[in-house]
Design a protein. Structure first.
Length: 301
């Protein structure tokens, strides 16, 4: 497949060995097969959308990209070149935090320095390309919470006019399975971002419902759309109410407080939903069905 890309991109470099060129002049792609091939595409010939597509089809590699980030290069070799697991100071669980930025003409050097500074206490930090980075964080008494990542995302957007999305991976015990888990989370991140375009922070739990909803069998999907999603799409206030209500474990008091409404108003909206759909808001099965419908409706324009 890499050879076919040479037709689309001029001035490419094909090699049977890992690339040794320094700097960021080329974006390197690896095709895994019995005799692996490497293709270098001049970075000036690839736009952001093309780069995101290429990263889903091939392994990407930027030579010497992480040489100044200490253990970052070791982690890069482990993840993308099947090297040994980097040594850690303890046996504490480790998680991967992925960051992706929208394409921009802003100063990449200043932006990269700012992002790197936010995560200077993490075990390793490495750039995968100009618009995506990876943080390896070891579990300790103080770790970044979802609210921290949300604040970082907003601050970077305000400072550099770049919207960022982050995927917070699960803490896992250091082992060879970490590599496989990373690629699974990377794929989940990509799929969830394509659906939840306005979302900033992604986790497995947040991504799973919408991906499940989008991949339901056609018959089930049609019934859910016609019976529930359509009603929620036409009434955004009701949609928001149900989302908050279910995310707060059906706690009416907390839901009313978060929505800044009276409990009577909340109950009126919940009763209206049941009246329109015939689905009572009791039972785990009903809650799952309604929440999947909410996630589907939230992605509708």
């Amino acid at each position: 497949m890499l050879k076919k890309l040479q037709v689309l991109f001029q001035n490419t470099v094909m090699t049977e060995n890992p690339a040794t060129y320094s700097g960021n002049e080329y974006i390197w792609l690896k095709e895994n097969r019995a005799d692996p091939m490497w293709l270098g595409i001049p970075s000036t010939e690839v736009n952001g959308e093309q780069l995101r597509l290429l990263n889903t089809l091939f392994e990407s590699y930027l030579p010497d990209q992480n040489q100044n980030y200490g253990s970052g290069s070791l982690w890069y070799s482990y993840l993308f070149h099947e090297a040994s697991l980097p040594p850690t100071e303890s046996a504490n669980p480790i998680r991967f935090i992925q960051i992706q930025f929208d394409e921009t003409k802003q100063n990449h050097i200043e932006m990269k320095d700012a992002v790197r500074e936010y995560f200077h206490n993490c075990s390793a930090f490495l750039w995968l390309n100009d618009y995506s980075a990876l943080i390896i964080e070891e579990k300790s008494k103080i770790v970044y919470a979802e609210e921290d990542f949300h604040s970082i995302s907003i601050t970077l957007e305000n400072d550099f006019y770049m919207k960022s999305s982050l995927f917070i991976g699960k803490f896992r015990t250091p082992s060879l399975e970490l590599r496989e888990s990373f690629f699974h989370e990377q794929q989940l991140f990509h799929e969830a971002k394509e659906i939840l375009k306005k979302e900033r922070i992604f986790t497995f739990e947040k991504s799973l419902p919408i991906i499940v909803a989008k991949n339901l069998p056609e018959t089930t999907l049609t019934l859910l759309r016609n019976d529930v999603v359509k009603i929620l799409t036409e009434d955004r206030e009701l949609l928001r109410t149900l989302e908050v209500f279910l995310e707060q474990n059906s706690n009416a008091s907390v839901t009313a407080k978060k929505l800044y409404i009276h409990r009577n108003t909340l109950q009126y909206r919940l009763d209206k939903f049941t009246e329109k759909t015939g689905i009572p808001l009791k039972g785990i099965e009903n809650a799952i069905t309604i929440y999947l419908a909410c996630k589907m409706a939230a992605t509708q324009d």
